[in-house]
Design a protein around this ligand. Structure first.
Ligand code: TMP
Length: 393
């Protein structure tokens, strides 16, 4: 049974960056639910994939050095541990991982045509299509089977999880490995990071919920790694139940134990989370209003999908945060979805004239503060809302 626990208000599509601001852009209710049986946390309103993931999708995996390093390390780990003959990446984006492998052993699946074009141009076999049973059957016909499937921050964006795993089951070899990587629900709850929820993130997985789900497909998790990416993610290593090549590592039990200890299997914990999020909103607004009263200027740093959730939930407008800045070409000179706040191109002197910078990309906090050391010395202060709203010292 799905039980409601948090209302994040009416939200625009988190990656709908428009050249002209319009108050009438489509908006949808964003409500969070916990399923008492499967233990899965999901959002209420499901927007069709074709509306969200199209040829204008602005998110690029290669945009930050943190992510580039993470993909490079992972590709080395995959080569050493699994040495795949054929690898498939679901949601290959701009090829940040794929391109670390030889062209003849790596296949990409990327429905956003603007991104698929990038790996196609580098001669990587790329399907610019949505991941489903039809596509999996097509790949099976051509390649028979794959022995490694990798997917980061993609499967949780697909509403029909049954179809997702049925399609994986169809082409994964008997001894094949599935690696999936997504934000960790435990980190999200402990950080009060309600901004992990937006229309694209239909689910935020816990190891508990994923384990329950995989059971239905005779798949099981044999290792889990905690990662700092996206504000705290989990990398799950998954195999077929009957595959005895890999032992189940203690990391799996450890993660599940931690999640139970933190109450992720109980509805009451989510009600508690909702109370914290209400408090987070009041405190954040208090801080921003105080800064405004002192006639100081704030810029948003990193026009992330996450910051769209925060600004729309907290009803923050350009009277509180003047502008945003971002390095992504597709976001420059557009407006933050739902808000009359212009996104300026990132350049060296962009922070001149601002007293505070709100960390929209708080998941890159270290990388950003390090990059802007010169401004911090001159008195610029960073603001974050995780795990609670505050001005960083
Ligand atoms: P993400 O949090 O969804 O990964 O998106 C990060 C966004 O932040 C992306 O739009 C790029 C932007 N960004 C900057 O503009 N400057 C930076 O230094 C970093 C690390 C990210």
């Amino acid at each position: 049974m799905n039980k409601f626990f948090l209302n994040l208000g009416v939200q625009p599509l988190a990656n709908n960056f428009q050249k002209k601001y319009s108050a009438n852009q489509p908006r949808y209710n964003l409500k969070l639910y916990f399923n008492t049986k499967s233990k899965m946390v999901s959002i209420s309103k499901r927007i069709p994939s074709s509306v969200m993931f199209n040829s204008k999708y602005p998110y690029r995996s290669s945009m930050s050095s943190t992510m580039r390093t993470s993909f490079k390390q992972l590709s080395n780990e995959i080569k050493i541990k699994f040495n795949p003959k054929l690898l498939l990446e679901i949601g290959s984006n701009d090829g940040a991982l794929l391109t670390h492998f030889d062209k003849d052993i790596a296949i990409g699946v990327e429905p956003c045509k603007n991104l698929a074009k990038i790996t196609k141009a580098k001669k990587y076999y790329t399907y610019d299509d949505y991941w489903d049973f039809k596509l999996s059957s097509k790949i099976k016909k051509k390649f028979k089977e794959v022995d490694l499937i990798y997917s980061a921050n993609t499967l949780t964006h697909i509403s029909n999880l049954k179809d997702v795993f049925k399609s994986i089951n169809l082409i994964l070899s008997e001894e094949g490995v599935l690696i999936i990587e997504d934000p960790s629900l435990l980190e999200c709850i402990n950080n009060n990071a309600y901004d992990q929820f937006y229309n694209e993130h239909i689910y935020v997985f816990s190891a508990i919920a994923l384990k329950n789900l995989l059971k239905r497909f005779d798949l099981e998790i044999f290792d889990i790694k905690n990662l700092p990416t996206h504000g705290g993610s989990l990398r799950y290593f998954i195999k077929r139940k009957k595959n005895k090549k890999f032992n189940i590592k203690v990391s799996v039990k450890k993660q599940i134990y931690k999640e139970i200890e933190n109450g992720l299997d109980k509805f009451s914990s989510y009600k508690h989370f909702a109370i914290n999020i209400n408090k987070s909103k009041s405190l954040f607004l208090e801080i921003l209003n105080k800064i405004k009263k002192n006639n100081k200027k704030i810029i948003g740093y990193g026009a992330t999908a996450k910051s769209v959730t925060v600004l729309n939930y907290c009803n923050i407008d350009n009277n509180l945060i003047k502008n945003f800045t971002d390095t992504t070409p597709e976001k420059i000179n557009t407006f933050l979805p739902g808000k009359n706040i212009k996104i300026l191109k990132y350049k060296k002197n962009i922070l001149n004239g601002y007293d505070y910078a709100f960390l929209g990309a708080w998941n890159f906090r270290r990388e950003i503060i390090n990059k802007e050391k010169k401004y911090v010395k001159k008195g610029l202060k960073f603001i974050t809302h995780v795990p609670f709203p505050r001005i960083l010292k």
